[in-house]
Ligand binder design. Sequence first.
Ligand code: B3K
Ligand code: ZN
Length: 862
Amino acid sequence: AVEVFRKDYRAPDYAVENVDLDFDVRDRTTVVSVLRIRRNGQARADAPLHLDGRGFELLELAIDGLAVAEANVERDDERLLIKQALPQAFSLRVVTRLDPDSNHSLEGLYRSGPMLCTQCEARGFSRITYFPDRPDVLSRFKVRIEADAQRYPVLLSNGNRVEAGEAADGRHYAIWEDPFLKPCYLFALVAGDLGCVSDTYTTASGREVALQFYVDKGNEGRVPHALESLKKAMRWDEQVYGLEYDLDIYMVVAAREFNMGAMENKGLNLFNARFVLASPDTATDADYEGIESVIAHEYFHNWTGNRVTCRDWFQLSLKEGLTVFRDQNFSADLNGADVQRIGEVRQLRTLQFAEDAGPMAHPVRPDSYVEINNFYTATVYEKGAEIVRMLQTLLGRETFIKGVQHYLREHDGSAATIEDFLAAHEAVSGRNLEGFRRWYSQAGTPTVGIDDEYHLLAHTYTLHLEQSTPATPGAPDKKPVPIPIRVAFFDGEGQRIHLPAQPPLMPAPDLILLEDAQATITFEDVKVRPTPSFLQGFSAPVRLQFGYSSDQLVNLLLHESDGFARWEAVQRLMLNAFFELLSGPAGDDTQALLKGLQLLAAQHFDDKALLAELLRMPSESYLAGQLQPLDGEKLAAARDALRLRIAHALTGPLSVWATAAPEDQGAINVGRRALAGIASGYLAATRSTRILDLCRDRAGSDNMTLSYGALVALNDIDCPQREDAMAAFLSRWRHDALVLDKWFALQAGSAIGNGVERTAELLGHPDYVASPNRIRSVLGTFWRENLRAYHRADGSGYRLLAEQVLKLDKSNPQIASRLADGLLGWRGLAAPRDELLRAVLQRLVQQVASPDVSEKIHKALA
Ligand code: B3K
Ligand code: ZN
């Protein structure tokens, strides 16, 4: 595989104006593609025609009705070059034969249960036919599908259905036309036997849109939440961005087998079933929120991604970062900003900070890639969203929205760049975003260090700020970036102190803008020593270092009004206690945490969901990023000790919260259930029979949040209640794939016994199937959240994961490559694990075939 560089971008020589596709679905599927092609103005008259294609049988290749001679063709595994003299405009006919039933990569045309479906982003369309598979070639698509009427009653593609009817031999057909220009990665097709739930939506301008959800038959009752979420998203985009839906129909199809969350194909989204199907007995409140946000995300792509797409894949964050930012705001508006923001930061710090610190670190706009699928990352998505958020902070919400609208107007129907996006914001705001561009081009997580000084006699308060970004692979020298730091000040009793703005460094009383490597701000006339609260709302994706005292942290935990800042304070207290317990007995730091939590427990909380977040312990995978070198067994033990300490210090309130566990839907109950789950988790660690019995009984609840919460609480405790509850859960849900995924994840994540052996056994369990969701449940949970097992000092955890990566490397490289993330960080491990994992990698690198996995392993060993 070759490395592709951003600097090598060249506009395509040929435009494909029309794409006419004919899918004849039989045991094999034959695809006739007729393209109307025109040479672009800037191209040389003798420019060869570049087509991408792989993994199919080529039956015909003709230009203007004449077969292309072998002598005029140059071809390798992935592409084909036509070198004969070509007229300025011509038609290309390509006939290919596909075998979707044996396509386990889940890219291109493949089978998922009762249907055939497609996944084309990033480069799956070229598994269907020869085509210039690049996002800057935009065409008008017309698609005819013919298939057996019994086996495939549902025939779908993008746009509007313009014709349908019967064909010979019990077959039928449908013809779809998409009036909008689109790149081939947004093409989609579905042929299957599916149930349908439909509804309508009336847009702000009064157009009626048909909404249709296609799911496995029998699952229709689990669609309403996704459907309601879609309608909310459609309304939100009208109200906030003034953006309306543009076709007469919007379809969502739920697939059992899907490599990622979902895909925004024009008018025909394909979804991992887990982001569509929900009922209170099968899906947790967290699942409900996930569905709402992914449904919204894919819908928002209709403008940010589809109407305006990306010029090349280096610009991926143009659509992904912006669309994540939009779905985050949607969720915050619907469910409350504080808890939403805490979840975002938790994810960013756990996944993206780790990525930035590892061998795959890359800028939000990468400079090169070997396999583009490896760059659908937390950096491109989540850090990309953080950059957009900072832009909004700098420009103000109103100007920012105008900037987005201006960008969409200027580039509607075309393929754009991140540069175009920034230029649009410069145009509407009159600001120069030169320095800001560095956020897109520079990898690594900046650290901001702050010191403060208070002069009792002079009544001055001074802040010294500095920033630096650590070197990342291939990029040793980093420049400062503009960092917006939202700030508030409090006195010792938690009352706000208002200190004045000091432009340009402090453009508003609540905002510091650190643009240089260092800066100093002095405030006069400050009567008492302030407790600063830096980075409110997590206003920039940085690590912030400030020597908070325990008292200051407790002060912020109890009195800050910004939910994120309260959470941040308790995170710091928890981390301090965790480090104390890692190296010895409980001392001052643990005491400070417990005292803070006791005071917190005595406060009145309307927002129970926020209280639950404040009490939640940092996850193992988050802690792993804090510990260098990493000893997973020690880490898990210290975390267990911390859990037990908290349980003993808060037994009273925890018992109250653990019991208040309502089954009904509704936001207030979502918070109560979250709290009950957290509280039972702590209490179970004390092994009190009362709580273990309660959890066992609750695991049989008809409310999945309660049931699953109880199982999580029991999961690390070796006791008969756990055995009984797990067995009952398995036999109750054995036939429901999505719920069964939860059972597998619990097993793979449990601290009990030998987790490596148990995980290996799970892979041979009679109920195990190698679907992407199941693989992630078992192996993803194992390496990310079971550090005790995965990092066993004998290296057996590493060997198990590597074996599975190798196995999947051949059938489904995208999934294999996701799992390979668990193998990359050997440099950060405590001996002897570093050498054990390195040896595993050195063996693996000889054996893997896919560019996906091999790119990562090469970078890890470099
Ligand atoms: N755009 C798709 C992701 C495609 C991943 C290709 N490997 C889903 C999304 O971000 O909405
Ligand atoms: Zn997306």
